[in-house]
Ligand binder design. Structure first.
Ligand SMILES: C[S@@+](CC[C@H](N)C(=O)[O-])C[C@H]1O[C@@H](n2cnc3c(N)ncnc32)[C@H](O)[C@@H]1O
Length: 232
């Protein structure tokens, strides 16, 4: 199993090229998915939104650009190199960036109306027990009725789509990502997490086990990507 310190190190190695690789491997669809997730998160208004595993801040920026309610936005990532890029990106929209681990969030209970995690939960899924603990930590800082929005790769239900997707991940994402970023190890790790991550139904069950309710799933691109919405 990959330990948190080596995950942090891998992200620090790819931070300088992270956005470029995302654009290339998703054929520029990543921005559209984040905007959609941002709209879902802020649909019923929010005064404070927390973006976890924020990376270089693209999801937090999508919230700033999409939300008509103009919430306070706090972005959290445990990798300083990623957080540094997020700070520069969010400076003009007043977003706050904090370096912290999602397992121990430095916020009081019920501090946020919505939490977003884009392409992040896959990295914190090191086993069911630890994952549920993480989700409970997210729930702690959400206000009652608050919304958790997870944008993540998933396992398409149709076998043929799943096979093609995994083939694309193994042969394109892994090698192209490794080549563009200069870190073969990081994109080998990322492609492995994509293939072994749980499917949409399992993720819904885990969310309910962590105490969330009204879990809804929005499948995108034949179920390759999903948005899970869960209420505290
Ligand atoms: C694949 S990137 C996603 C970045 C961004 N949300 C996006 O949409 O592109 C995953 C991010 O999660 C961060 N991360 C992984 N585990 C974490 C943890 N336990 N606590 C905080 N951040 C974590 C990594 O540093 C990395 O920046």
């Amino acid at each position: 199993m990959t330990m948190p310190n080596s995950i942090r190190r891998m992200f620090s190695e790819v931070a300088h090229r992270y956005e470029l690789v995302n654009k290339v491997i998703t054929m520029c669809m990543d921005g559209y998915w984040r905007k959609l997730a941002a709209k879902v998160a802020c649909a019923s208004g929010a005064s404070a939104v927390l973006d976890l595993c924020s990376g270089t801040g693209d999801m937090a920026l999508a919230i700033a650009q999409t939300a008509s309610c103009k919430p306070t936005i706090v972005a959290v990532d445990f990798c300083p190199q990623m957080a540094m890029k997020a700070s520069l990106k969010l400076r003009d929209v007043g977003g706050i960036v904090i370096v912290a681990d999602v397992k121990a969030l430095p916020f009081a209970d019920s501090s946020f109306d919505a939490i977003t995690v884009s392409f992040g939960v896959r990295n914190i899924f090191t086993g069911y027990k630890a994952f549920i603990q993480c989700l409970k930590e997210m729930k702690r800082v959400l206000s009652d009725g608050g919304k958790l929005v997870l944008l993540e790769t998933s396992q398409p239900k149709w076998r043929i789509v799943r096979r093609l997707f995994h083939c694309y991940v193994r042969s394109v994402v892994r090698h192209l990502g490794g080549w563009l970023s200069g870190s073969k190890k990081a994109y080998r790790y990322l492609s492995e997490t994509i293939e072994r991550f749980i499917d949409a139904d399992e993720l819904s069950s885990v969310l309910m086990e962590a105490g969330f309710h009204n879990v809804a799933v929005i499948p995108l691109l034949f179920g390759i990507i999903t948005i899970h919405v869960a209420i505290k």
